[in-house]
Write a protein that binds this ligand. Sequence first.
Ligand code: ATP
Length: 435
Amino acid sequence: MSNKKLVSMEDIVSLCKRRGFIFQGSEIYGGLAGTWDFGPLGVALKRNIMDLWWKTFVEDREDMYGVDAAILMDQKVWQASGHTATFTDPLVECSNCHSRFRADHLEGDKCPTCGKTGTFSEAKQFNMMFQTNVGSVADENSISYLRPETAQGIFTNYKNVVDSFYPDLPFGIAQQGKAFRNEISPRDFVFRSREFEQMEIEYFIDPKDWEKLFDAWVKDIEKFLSDLGLPESSVHKLEVPKDDLAHYSKRTIDFEFDFPHKRDELLGLAYRTDFDLMNIQNASGKSMEYTVKGTSTKFVPHVIEPSFGVERAIMAVLVSAYTEDEVNGEKRTYLKLPAHLAPVKIAVSPLLKNKPELVTKAREVYDMLKKQHGAVMWDDNGNIGKRYRRQDEIGTPECVVIDFQTLEDDTVTVRDRDTTEQKRVNIIELPGQYR
Ligand code: ATP
């Protein structure tokens, strides 16, 4: 029987490193804090999550438009959006050990590094944008930033999409891509990184419809989280209290997840009114008004913004999938990933790797399955038990083994990750089985 224990951060970090999902960025030189590199299985898992999001929210809908905007944008974008002035976190420094912390993440006045109390400076506002210069002259006019969110690349393309596609309201523009924040203290594995990936949508609406459309987004997000394999019991909707809402927002829900470090924000859903488009209209002097087709009614649309972080989704998926049980008296760890997210769908092995006839037959099966499914792994390392353990740990739903009986009757063993049950299947029935 599988037994879902509370997963520790150490379990996840060590599995990710051991099995080639996620490594510390620049590890070979000691590591660059807040940066992470995705290994072969990590990048596959990440893509599967991002592709599922794209399919769910862009391809499968007729009211969505995808964009892929430049990471470097004119600094006017960040002035107009308010990021230059206010995208800050409160920073305090310990006068004893000079460690720096985000003031709102501290509990009490004891320094977590040196243990002294009462040594914190007054908090000062620290802007989290990474600044750079575009072109060969480094002056005020050439300042640019690595974008701290993908959303502004959507807003600045709103007019382009309206003018080239004439969408009916409501409609959304979606973008996936890198975002950069110079977090004061990156921590909790990839949860708080300095370079990460976002999947954001601005859903443009007529303000009179905001309540019902907001509720529809809550449902769509819940469905997506369930498709990621997150148990309902680990996801919590935090209705941000009116007093804590940004001045322009009428409603925000933080979707929180029970991460190993604590219950914390997985993604946000915010009704941002017309704040962003009005800022752009005022700063650019260009009209952001939308004309309702066949009428003379014009207004600046409002937006609902579902904002997902890819790294936090990966962590939540891994935590949800991480399972330990006992097989024949031995402890086993496996990732109970939904098959559509698994980095490897099928592993193919010859029972013995020193028997050429088995290897040749196994290669045939491997080639056939690889053509059908792509993410198929050839695995002939170690004995069969070891291969199963390894595939279990990376979440491969099924292992196909070619043995001596295969040579006689063209049947193979198919072993199920979750039940560890094995059944014999005819080779010709294999491809369809995994569709
Ligand atoms: P937090 O309060 O945790 O700093 P935030 O409210 O500032 O997050 P948003 O600006 O709403 O986050 O960003 C949208 C999403 O982007 C978040 O819900 C999260 O999934 C992701 N995200 C934000 N900052 C980071 C980060 N430093 N590392 C990884 N993901 C992040």
